[in-house]
Design a protein around this ligand. Structure first.
Ligand SMILES: *Cc1c(COP(=O)(O)O)cnc(C)c1O
Length: 360
């Protein structure tokens, strides 16, 4: 078996141990004579799988007891709408911080339901920084404050938690979920699509403070009401069973590695290696302010974009895939989620040096 080094922004690399376990259990999960894919979501086996996944995630993130953990569908994109639908609770305004492409999408969906106050924007810097909190203009009447704690496309990560006072803080953590310790109690709601750092596409994890449930706008369909999902233990309809199972295996894997503190240590090491190589070169450049650089997603450009095609071709020949940057930024992007081995980044750094020497 030959595995590539997969720098995809998502769906993304998964731990090999997880894939091996899933393969071994594919036809017959723990002696029950069927695949997890074939099980009833109401059956004892699957309910056990789901409960274990939730318990492991709660343990990994030290989720306080008064928070609900929901396993939903619709991607992080569906949360752009579900958040205002559920959290406005009669108010007419919400605060948003605009740090890039994903923030903009969240803002667009919220605008259909409320007045959006852009509390801060990094647009003037072409989305290369996380605006300092001292510049934010928060609305004390806002129903919640939303920000994108890691901008997957621009490669901007918040290394601090915004102060929202009494206003519930909402974070789209899709692309750095479980990559660092998070104090959940500082948030009203956290959401993340699974395909970056959790498991397969099709699952979205939501962690929400219990007292924020039950205030959905009149007419909200039941599938879009957090309380419906919370009351039904994420089983109000058929959940994405196989995706939950794989996510559960990933949670067990993270625990075996040493938890989120170890994930953070590895992320610092991996990204540090790559940023150092970029900064030391004349050919490559990352535009993000140093203290706001993402540990997960590293966009970089080549001094001459005419070299891009040759760079990507050489990378592919060396088993490194999905390095092409997002169309809105151009250049390259290396996404290095929890399952990316250090050796993969080492290989990339060697190639950066080799390519630069050859093109000088
Ligand atoms: C990938 C991503 C999304 C969109 O996720 P989908 O699951 O495709 O809806 C939203 N926000 C961020 C920060 C992302 O990285």
């Amino acid at each position: 078996m030959s595995r590539v080094i997969n720098f995809s922004a998502g769906p993304a690399v998964l731990p090999e141990e997880v894939l091996e376990q899933a393969a071994a259990e594919m036809h017959d999960w723990q002696g029950c004579g069927m695949s997890v894919m074939e099980m009833s979501h109401r059956g004892r086996e699957f309910i056990g799988i789901c409960e274990r996944a939730e318990a492991d995630l709660r343990e990994l993130m030290a989720v306080p007891a008064d928070y609900k953990v929901l396993f939903l569908q619709g991607g992080a994109t569906q949360q752009f709408g579900m958040v205002p639908m559920n959290l406005l609770r009669g108010k007419s305004c919400a605060d948003y911080v605009n740090t890039g492409e994903w923030s903009k999408k969240a803002i667009k969906d919220a605008k259909g339901m409320c007045q959006v106050n852009i509390a801060a924007s990094a647009e003037d810097s072409r989305f290369t920084c996380a605006p300092a909190q001292s510049e934010w203009k928060l609305d004390p009447g806002a129903a919640y404050l939303h920000y994108t704690s890691n901008e997957t496309i621009g490669g901007v990560e918040f290394n601090w938690v915004p102060q929202a006072g009494e206003v519930p803080l909402v974070a789209d953590m899709s692309s750095h979920f479980l990559s660092r310790p998070v104090d959940v109690s500082k948030y009203g709601l956290i959401y993340a699509g699974a395909q970056k750092n959790i498991g397969p596409a099709g699952l979205t994890v939501v962690i929400v403070r219990g007292d924020l449930l039950g205030g959905a706008r009149p007419g909200t369909p039941s599938m879009l009401d957090y309380k419906v999902h919370a009351d039904a233990g994420s089983m109000s309809n058929t959940p994405p069973t196989y995706a939950i199972y794989i996510a559960g295996l990933v949670f067990q894997w993270v625990k075996r590695q040493g938890g989120v503190a170890e994930m953070e240590r590895r992320a610092i090491a991996r990204s540090g290696l790559l940023y150092a190589a970029i900064d030391a070169s004349r050919l490559y450049r990352n535009p993000v302010r140093r203290e706001d650089r993402s540990r997960m997603n590293v966009p970089f450009t080549l001094a001459d974009s005419k070299l891009d095609a040759a760079f990507l071709k050489g990378a592919q020949e060396r088993g490194m895939l999905e390095l092409k940057g997002h169309r809105s930024v151009g250049g390259m992007r290396a996404s290095m989620y929890n399952a990316m081995p250090a050796a993969g980044v080492q290989r990339l750094v060697e190639y950066l040096e080799e390519f630069e020497a050859a093109s000088a």
